[in-house]
Design a protein around this ligand. Structure first.
Ligand code: 6PG
Length: 481
C-alpha cells in the first residue's frame, strides 16, 4: 500500500507529527537525511500505526499516493531549500510539498512561486505547540493555493488540536500567509512571555514573594481571565526546585534570553508596514538587553540613590495582596494591548499581501494546540465575529471595559516599577501606547514643526486643508505647498 503522506526531517517535531498522523489512521512514509532517525522511530514507535520507512528521497516519493503529499520538518533556511529541491526533482505536477517549519514568509512566497511554475503546490504551514503539541494536536496555519488545501486540509485538520469540536487548523490564505501568521503568533508569544516575566519580577522584587509563592499566585491566576498555557507553565517553572542546589530552578538559570528569529522578523515586518507593535518590539529588545552580558556587567555600578525602598513608601497602606491584584490587572491590560497590536499587524500584512486573512478565525485556531493557547482568544474571536472591521481590539466593548477597569491598577504598577527601579518595559510601553492612542493631542505636532524647520518637510494645519511651510530662515511667513 502507498502512504497518505510522507514526513521528511525526523527530529523531535517531525517525528512527533509523523506519529500523530499515524495514530490518526494515516499511512505515513518516513525519511530523514541520516537514516538512523528513521530506524529509531520505527524501533520505538513503529507499532503506533502504519509507517513506510525509506532510505532515500526517491524511495520516499515513490511510496506516496498521488497526488503526493510530503511534509518537510527540517530547519528553516538553506536546509529547507535543499530538501525542497530534492523533492521537487522527484515529484510530478500536481504533487504537494508542505513546509511545516518556522520559515520566513518571504522565503515561502519565493518557494511557492518557484514551485508553482514547475506545476507543484507548495504549502507553508505554521505549526505551533512544541513537541507535545506536535504529538497530541498542534495548532496548524497552512497557507498556499486554495486547491492545495483541498488535498492537505482534511489531513492536517485531522491531527490538529480540537476546541469545542472544531480543529485548530484552517485555510489561512495564499503563498506565505500561513508562515506570516505563525510568525506573528510567535511575536505575540514573545510579548506575552515578557509581560509574564515582568509580573513575576514585580511579585518578587516589589511585593517580596518567593518563587514558590509566585508559583502559587500564577496557579491561581490560571483559573481567571488570564487562564492560558503560558500562565500554567509559568507556575510549573517557578515551582520547580533545582535538584543540585535545592534552590528554585529559576534562580539558577542564567538570565539571558535566547531567540531564534521569529520575534525579530515580526518586528521587522511591522516596521516596514508602519504598525506600532510596541509590545512585541519591547519583548524582542528586552531579550537583547538580557543577553548583553558585557553591557550589563559594566553597568552594575550605575547609581540608584533616588530609588524608593518599599512599596509602602510609594503607596502607603498598600499590602502585598492588593499589589499582587494590581499586577494581575497590569498584566491583563498589557496583554490586551499586545494582542491588539499583533492583530493590527496581521490586518496590515493581509492588506499588503492581499491575503484576506480572517482575524476571527486566526484567534479561533489559536485557542488550542499552540503556545499562546487561551480562553482569551475565544474573546478575540468573538470580537471579530461581532465586527470584522474592528479598527483595534481595544475598541471592542468587552476589551475596552476590561482595560478601563484595570487602568488604575496598571498605572500604580508602572509607578511602583519606576520608583523601585524594577524594569517593566512591557507594562510601561503598553500603557504609553494606550495613552497615546487615547490622547487628543500628541507631541507629533512639535516634531512636524521641527521637521519643517530643518528640512522644509511641511506640515498640515488643524484649521484648513493642505500642506504648509514656514520660512524659518526668512521672514517666518507661512507658504502653502
Ligand atoms: C511554537 C513555538 C516554537 C518555538 C519558537 C521559540 O509556536 O510552537 O513558538 O515555534 O518554540 O520558535 O522561539 P525562540 O527560540 O525565538 O524563543
Amino acid at each position: 500500500a502507498l502512504a497518505d503522506i510522507g514526513v521528511t526531517g525526523l527530529a523531535v517535531m517531525g517525528a512527533n507529527i509523523a506519529r500523530n498522523l499515524a495514530r490518526h489512521g494515516h499511512t505515513v512514509a518516513l525519511h530523514n537525511r541520516s537514516a538512523s532517525r528513521v530506524d529509531e522511530l520505527m524501533t520505538k514507535h513503529g507499532s503506533e500505526g502504519n509507517f513506510i520507512p525509506s532510505a532515500s528521497i526517491t524511495e520516499f516519493v515513490a511510496s506516496l499516493k498521488r497526488p503526493r503529499r510530503a511534509l518537510i520538518m527540517v530547519q528553516a533556511g538553506a536546509a529547507t531549500d535543499a530538501v525542497i529541491e530534492q523533492l521537487a526533482d522527484a515529484m510530478e505536477p500536481g504533487d504537494i510539498i508542505i513546509d511545516g517549519g518556522n520559515a520566513l514568509y518571504t522565503d515561502t512566497q519565493r518557494r511557492e512561486k518557484a514551485l508553482r511554475e514547475r506545476g507543484l503546490h507548495f504549502v507553508g504551514a505554521g505549526i505551533s505547540g512544541g513537541e507535545e503539541g506536535a504529538l497530541n494536536g498542534p495548532s496548524i496555519m497552512p497557507g498556499g493555493s486554495a486547491e492545495s488545501y483541498e488535498y492537505v486540509g482534511p489531513l492536517l485538520e485531522s491531527v490538529a488540536a480540537v476546541v469545542e469540536g472544531a480543529p485548530c487548523c484552517t485555510y489561512i490564505g495564499t503563498d506565505g500567509s500561513g508562515h506570516y501568521v505563525k510568525m506573528v503568533h510567535n511575536g505575540i508569544e514573545y510579548a506575552d512571555m515578557q509581560l509574564i516575566g515582568e509580573a513575576y519580577q514585580l511579585m518578587t522584587s516589589a511585593a517580596g514573594l518567593s518563587a514558590n509563592e509566585a508559583a502559587e499566585v500564577f496557579a491561581e491566576w490560571n483559573s481567571g481571565v488570564l487562564e492560558s498555557y503560558l500562565i500554567e507553565i509559568t507556575s510549573e517553572v517557578l515551582g520547580h526546585t533545582d535538584a543540585e542546589t535545592g534552590k528554585p530552578l529559576v534562580d539558577v538559570i542564567v538570565d539571558a534570553a535566547g531567540q531564534k528569529g521569529t520575534g525579530r522578523w515580526t518586528v521587522k515586518s511591522a516596521l516596514d508596514l508602519g504598525v506600532p507593535v510596541t509590545g512585541i518590539a519591547e519583548a524582542v529588545f528586552a531579550r537583547a538587553v538580557s543577553g548583553s552580558r558585557e553591557l550589563r556587567a559594566a553597568s552594575q555600578g550605575l547609581a540608584g540613590a533616588e530609588l524608593a525602598t518599599s512599596l509602602t513608601e510609594i503607596f502607603p497602606g498598600t499590602d502585598v495582596e492588593s499589589f499582587v491584584a494590581d499586577i494581575h490587572s497590569a498584566l491583563y491590560a498589557s496583554k490586551v494591548v499586545a494582542y491588539a497590536q499583533g492583530f493590527d499587524q496581521l490586518a496590515a500584512g493581509s492588506r499588503e499581501y492581499g491575503w484576506d486573512l480572517k482575524l476571527g478565525d486566526l484567534a479561533r485556531i489559536w485557542r488550542g494546540g499552540c503556545i499562546i493557547r487561551a480562553q482569551f482568544l475565544g474573546r478575540i474571536s468573538d470580537a471579530y465575529a461581532a465586527n470584522p472591521q474592528l479598527p483595534s481590539l481595544l475598541l471592542d466593548p468587552y476589551f475596552r471595559d476590561a482595560v478601563e477597569s484595570a487602568a488604575a491598577s496598571w498605572r500604580r504598577v508602572v509607578t511602583v516599577a519606576a520608583q523601585l527601579g524594577v524594569p517593566a518595559p512591557g507594562f510601561s510601553s503598553a500603557l504609553a501606547y494606550y495613552d497615546s492612542v487615547r490622547a487628543k493631542r500628541l507631541p507629533a505636532a512639535l516634531i512636524q514643526g521641527l521637521r519643517d524647520y530643518f528640512g522644509a518637510h511641511t506640515y498640515e494645519r488643524v484649521d484648513k486643508p493642505g500642506h504648509f511651510h514656514t520660512q524659518w530662515s526668512g521672514d517666518r511667513s507661512e507658504i502653502s505647498n
